[in-house]
Design a protein around this ligand. Structure first.
Ligand code: AMP
Length: 214
């Protein structure tokens, strides 16, 4: 099964993708994570995209489509969870073509609905484990009192450079201008399944499970 998690920054796509990986043995393909990795390892591409990402703008379709194409060829698993990809109509068309070329298709596009006020609150309170990427939130899921990640025991936590109000404004505008048209695109392709992204993590996971047919 191949699915897309579609929604604005802070909607909980990464958190839900990790749960789906655990529960269903699927493979999360997050272009945001891939780009951050490219930055950390200092590749030429990573250096090129750093300023764009920090400002909250989208990197070019060519770069992210290339990243996904590479992963689709090498990764193996019980289907893919596309997290943060596609983000433009060009990327959506390219994904359809790449899947078709591999004899595959899309089973569902989960649209995670969250209002903007909740997004600002979530994003400015967010941190992740430096070792495994587990996502924490100062309000809804604080770092455990012993200072150790509940998933891997790691003790270093990071805040993303683009998780501030200024970048978030740009990220939201990019979402509404370039990514939200995908809601209509996938609605008409017949794949769209809206879920309420505002609930507790387990409630949202339950809704996604139901949308995927249990
Ligand atoms: P994310 O971790 O998904 O919030 O992505 C962080 C940043 O990486 C975004 O604000 C963009 O600058 C860049 N990015 C991630 N995925 C894409 C994509 N599919 N298309 C363009 N830019 C992307």
């Amino acid at each position: 099964m191949n699915i897309i998690l579609l929604g604005p920054p802070g909607a909980g796509k990464g958190t839900q993708a990790r749960l789906l990986e655990e529960k269903r043995g699927m493979v999360q393909l997050s272009t945001g994570d891939m780009l951050r990795e490219a930055r950390t390892s200092g590749t030429e591409m990573g250096q090129k995209v750093a300023a764009i990402m920090d400002a909250g703008e989208l990197v070019t379709d060519e770069i992210v489509i290339g990243l996904i194409e590479e992963k689709l060829q090498s990764a193996d698993g019980n289907g893919f969870i596309f997290d943060g990809f596609p983000r433009t109509l060009g990327q959506a068309d390219a994904l359809g073509e790449l899947l078709e070329a591999n004899g595959q298709g899309l089973n569902a596009v989960i649209e995670m609905r969250v209002d903007d006020a909740a997004l600002v609150a979530r994003i400015t309170a967010r941190s992740t484990c430096g070792s495994c990427g587990e996502v924490y939130n100062d309000i809804t899921k604080p770092i455990p009192a012993d200072g150790k990640c509940e998933n891997c025991g790691g003790t270093e936590f990071k805040r993303r450079a683009d998780d501030n109000e200024e970048s978030l404004k740009t990220r939201l505008m990019e979402y509404y201008k370039k990514t939200s048209p995908l809601i209509g695109y996938y609605y008409h392709a017949g794949d769209l399944k809206p879920v309420n992204g505002l609930g507790e993590i387990d409630e949202v996971a339950g809704e996604i499970d139901a949308a995927l047919g249990g």
